[in-house]
Ligand binder design. Structure first.
Ligand code: SF4
Length: 387
């Protein structure tokens, strides 16, 4: 049995405390100290009696913590953290401050008015967390794919990325602005499961981390501010639709037909677009939620006028919005990002078809923290050759 208290929901902590012969409300102190105070030592949970703390320690319960290896901040304010897991595996996590900066095309807008629609985020702090060390999905535009899958992260390892970044952001804010309320200063407003790995292939741990992050006695991040992004794991989407807790769903699509999508994302051979969209429709029927489709624009490959028209047709009838992301280069990847004129043209076609479209600003590219770049610096130099 896993004895890491950080890996437990509040319900599970209550069960542990009750089985030891104590009142279940004491579990809330444990949960609060771990997820709000960032305590890693059972002895410091002082509202618990010495006896209970002693019993927990005697029964080998502990509170895990990731090791922070490196932190890099880009000039646009994006910060990338590299964390080491207990077994030496490495993951990366990205904090987007006041972000993402974006261009939203209104339904009435035209291509030549795009610049006037640039909006800066409104004080949002979005954390992009990893769910696996490496990834088995093999998407050809993504640096993480080249690390290969080492293992799934535990719920504690997912949650701890948030805990450590909140603590660091609080320290930075306090140092810069002499803010006394460090908890608010470091508060993360949104968590997106879009870092290294495929979240729906680590389903149970990902969902448990959602429950922990969402709980009012802990980080209390609203369920609509937690987004799970998938490359298209159809059984996982259907399973998520039937859960009692429903985070937002994003689907990384990247191509409007099966031939091109399979070339970019090999998982498409197993779950082709028609099956994927059927699962998305099922998800929408069950949850009533809009789904976001992510589309990475690669120069000369998936960014033509024809591709945009096919995409608009494909997504008609769904409750959806589309995020367009310029492909971000990384060592060993032969693709180039589409130019801004082409991206705006692509967006305009979707918008004319009635699809709300957002062009994502390429945050963190200077420190290899942008979409598709995570893990690029974790590869040994002799493994950075083109695929
Ligand atoms: S894009 Fe996501 S699913 Fe695809 S290889 Fe990268 S991390 Fe894995």
């Amino acid at each position: 049995m896993n004895k890491d208290l950080k890996d437990k929901t509040l319900d599970e902590l209550e069960q542990i405390v009750v089985e030891m012969g104590y009142k279940k409300y004491l579990a809330e102190y444990i949960f609060h100290f771990i997820h709000v105070e960032n305590t890693t030592d059972i002895a410091q949970i002082t509202p618990l009696s010495k006896n209970l703390r002693g019993q927990l320690t005697e029964q080998n319960y502990y509170i895990s913590q990731l090791s922070t290896l490196k932190k890099l901040t880009d000039k646009d304010g994006t910060t990338k953290y590299s964390f080491a897991l207990g077994d030496g595996s490495l993951i990366e996590t990205v904090l987007l401050m006041d972000s993402p900066r974006e261009i939203i095309l209104n339904r009435q807008s035209h291509c030549n008015s795009v610049e006037s629609n640039i909006s800066r985020g409104k004080g949002r702090k979005t954390l992009c967390v990893s769910t696996q060390a490496g990834c088995a999905m093999g998407c050809t535009f993504c640096a993480t794919a080249r690390i290969k899958l080492r293992r799934n992260l535990t719920a504690a390892e997912i949650v701890d990325q948030v805990n450590l970044v909140v603590r660091d952001a609080s320290c930075v804010a306090r140092a810069n602005y002499a803010i006394r309320n460090t908890r608010d200063a470091g508060r993360i407003t949104n968590v997106v499961y879009m870092g290294m790995g495929e979240p729906l292939l680590n389903y149970n741990n990902v969902l448990k981390s959602v429950r922990i992050l969402n709980h009012p006695a802990g980080k209390n991040i609203g369920i609509r501010h937690l987004t799970i992004s998938t490359c298209g794991i159809v059984p996982g989407i259907k399973k998520l639709a039937d859960e009692d807790i429903q985070p937002r769903l994003a689907v990384s699509l990247n191509a409007p037909n099966d031939a091109l999508r399979t070339q970019l994302m090999p998982i498409n051979a197993k779950y082709p677009i028609a099956n994927l969209l059927k699962a998305v429709r099922f998800y929408q029927e069950r949850t009533g939620q809009r789904v976001t489709f992510e589309y990475v624009l690669i120069k000369g490959l998936n960014d033509s006028v024809n591709h945009a028209r096919m995409l608009a047709k494909l997504l008609s009838g769904l409750m959806r919005n589309v995020n367009l992301i310029e492909h971000n280069p990384h060592p060993g990847c032969g693709y180039a990002g589409s130019d801004s004129k082409r991206i705006k043209q692509f967006a305009s076609i979707l918008e004319q078809a009635g699809i709300e479209t957002t062009i994502r600003f390429r945050m963190g590219r200077g420190i290899k923290a942008a979409c598709g770049q995570l893990g690029a610096e974790l590869l040994p130099p002799n493994n950075r050759t083109p695929q």
